[in-house]
Design a protein around this ligand. Structure first.
Ligand code: PAF
Length: 291
């Protein structure tokens, strides 16, 4: 595995790698997994999936300042580049792209990618500018790596909807692969931010997956309404005293329109139940899609 810090280096090594493969096959496929680093088993499972499906596997590690708000955790976002490189190699990556901020943004960017409507709600409402930062950096990374397939975890379901939207709108020749959320044995969704939780917060964080696990049972109760469903979810989360709910949302997926009736819940469009909850200074998200 090679780690590469420059855009020109990444482009030329990928060109060579593709050329090598195309000596024996008519075309080569590049699988790409952009990350903020501080890898865990969730990242590794995506890399392993890309390894099975593609000839060349590229991972990027870049803590993108554009997607962090002023009072967010850009400076203290957990970083461990050496360990990340080891894990990426173990999972089967061929190249790890590790640009610095100056390489990605040599000057303040005057061009950004803005996705309308679906970025105004949920995490977009709590984190203004976040998805503009994500869409911009993912577009830049796609321009550099030119992947055929790009792998994203469904824990960030809204991010996946945003990426699917701009890649379709802008005719980008990349297939977005939705990958299942990986969970700890007790159900907590894997996240680099889980390291911020103290022992008590970690215990109480289980209410997220517990609440999501009960949703189908509640939905099946006669006379259930969307308001009561949301109330039940909120009550379950709030029973854990350290929680502060940012949002509980019930929306269509991937359109992210509000779901207002059980008829809609039982309709043909998949429904996303998404949670964002703070434990002290740590904000965790989790979701489930019902179809
Ligand atoms: O989900 C992430 O890790 C980031 O938002 C991404 C897609 C790597 C863009 O910086």
């Amino acid at each position: 595995m090679e780690s590469i810090a420059t855009i020109s280096g990444m482009r030329s090594r990928l060109k060579e790698a593709r050329r090598e493969i195309e000596k024996t096959k008519p075309f080569s496929t590049v699988g790409f997994m952009p990350t903020l680093g501080y890898m865990h088993e969730g990242h590794m499972s995506l890399i392993r999936q890309a390894r099975k499906e593609c000839d060349i596997v590229v991972v990027s590690i870049f803590v993108n300042p554009l997607q962090f708000g002023q009072n967010e955790d850009f400076d203290k976002y957990p970083r461990d580049p050496e360990r990340d490189l080891k894990l990426a190699a173990e999972a089967g990556a061929d190249f790890v792209f590790v640009p610095g901020v100056k390489e990605m943004y040599p000057a303040p960017t005057k061009t950004t990618v803005v996705v309308k409507q679906i970025t105004d709600v949920m995490c977009g409402a709590s984190r203004p500018g976040h998805f503009e930062g994500v869409a911009t950096v993912v577009t830049k990374l796609f321009q550099i790596v030119q992947p055929d397939r790009a792998y994203f975890g469904m824990k960030d379901a809204q991010q996946v909807a945003v990426i699917e939207q701009f890649t379709a709108d802008l005719n980008m020749p990349v297939h977005i692969v939705r990958c299942e959320t990986l969970r700890e044995p007790d159900g907590l969704a894997m996240s680099s931010r889980n390291v911020y939780l103290n022992e008590e917060e970690r215990k109480q964080a289980l209410v997220l997956s517990e609440a999501l696990g009960k949703v189908q049972g509640w939905a099946d109760q006669p006379g259930m309404t969307i308001e009561r469903l949301e109330r039940n979810i909120r009550d379950t989360i709030e029973a854990a005293p350290l929680t502060r709910i940012d949002y509980v949302e019930i929306r269509t997926y991937p359109g992210l329109e509000p779901v207002t009736s059980m008829d809609q819940w039982n309709g043909t469009e998949p429904v996303l139940v998404a949670l964002a909850v703070k434990f002290g200074a740590t904000r965790l998200i989790d979701n489930r899609i019902f179809s």
